[in-house]
Design a protein around this ligand. Structure first.
Ligand code: NAD
Length: 267
């Protein structure tokens, strides 16, 4: 018997709910304490659903320090690894320590307003900075304190390595092996004119380098999206985007192969 606490989160699809009851029964029979409330002291967090459910779990648990594993009941999941047909094997491998922990980097954006107040947003996939509705946004972009470009267009996306296969990829950004720690800055529909010049491809920055964005004050409404969660701001002085100290500790089992997953999903 064990005295471990397992925290289970699920989306509301039929298959996820069925998987949750089956898994809960197996775990309770083995003596685990199973809870659906977010617990700081959980030994393991299990998320049942697709990548969206995984991101939601990470955000609702405020980027937990406990290891997390995903059971995939959606389409091919990038974060989700375990098939709902293999629950017994998964628990056996877990109990025998047949897994590794992949520490995933996250990206943070600190928004500072003209009155000095500031707010921070954390993303596992990406941070997006865009204008209101379909208006173009205009800003200066500096890297490590040095001005690089003047941007005009729909916005920019700053992806982590593990977020590179999400929205970043749809925008023409590169797929990054999650073992590389970097930030990928991908423009969203950049408009190059005589007044505004910016790169039209993604640029890659080492993890220790930050970028700053200085919106033009005519753009008085700016949106930040962290993993799709949108927050609107007015009177923004600057936005600093950098790799965060927070990490997500994703459990990986022996059959996990990033490039095979990429091949299966995209080719
Ligand atoms: P959603 O329901 O719109 O799902 C978006 C898709 O992105 C799903 O198919 C999901 O499996 C996939 N996805 C999410 N993270 C991924 C990753 N790291 N690698 C590969 N695929 C991934 O939105 P959601 O489920 O709430 O997820 C939010 C994420 O959706 C955002 O972080 C963003 O990256 C992504 N998104 C993508 C597009 C696009 O590709 N055009 C547009 C908006 C949002």
């Amino acid at each position: 018997m064990t005295n471990k606490i397992i925290n289970i989160f699920t989306n509301e699809t039929d298959i996820s709910l069925e998987t949750k009851s089956e898994l809960t029964k197996i775990l309770v029979d083995k003596g685990y304490t199973v809870t659906e409330e977010s617990r700081d002291n959980a030994d393991l967090i299990i998320c049942i659903g697709g990548d969206g459910a995984f991101l939601e779990t990470i955000h609702s648990c405020k980027f937990p320090q406990s290891p997390i594993i995903g059971i995939n009941t959606g389409h091919l999941g990038f974060f989700q690894e375990i098939s709902p047909d293999c629950l017994e094997q998964f628990i056996k491998d877990y109990e025998n320590g047949q897994y590794s922990i992949q520490d995933l980097s996250t990206v943070e954006a600190t928004v500072t307003l003209l009155d000095g107040r500031s707010n921070m947003h954390l993303g596992l996939n990406e941070i997006i900075i865009k204008g209101r509705q379909s208006y173009a946004i205009h800003f200066g972009l500096s890297i490590d304190g040095k001005p690089l470009e003047r941007f005009s267009g729909d916005g920019i996306l700053v992806a982590t390595s593990s977020g590179s296969t999400a929205y970043n990829y749809s925008l023409g950004g590169s797929i990054v092996d999650p073992r590389l720690d970097l930030l990928q800055v991908t423009p969203i529909a950049p408009m190059n004119t005589t007044a505004y010049r910016s790169f039209t491809s993604s640029i890659l920055l080492p993890a220790e380098i930050s970028l700053e964005i200085f919106p033009e004050q005519e753009d008085n409404r700016i949106f930040i999206l962290n993993d799709g969660i949108e927050t609107g701001y007015s009177n923004v002085k600057d936005i600093k985007v950098e790799v965060s100290d927070t990490m997500v500790h994703l459990m990986r089992f022996k059959n996990y192969d990033f490039w095979n997953k990429v091949k299966t999903k995209f080719l």
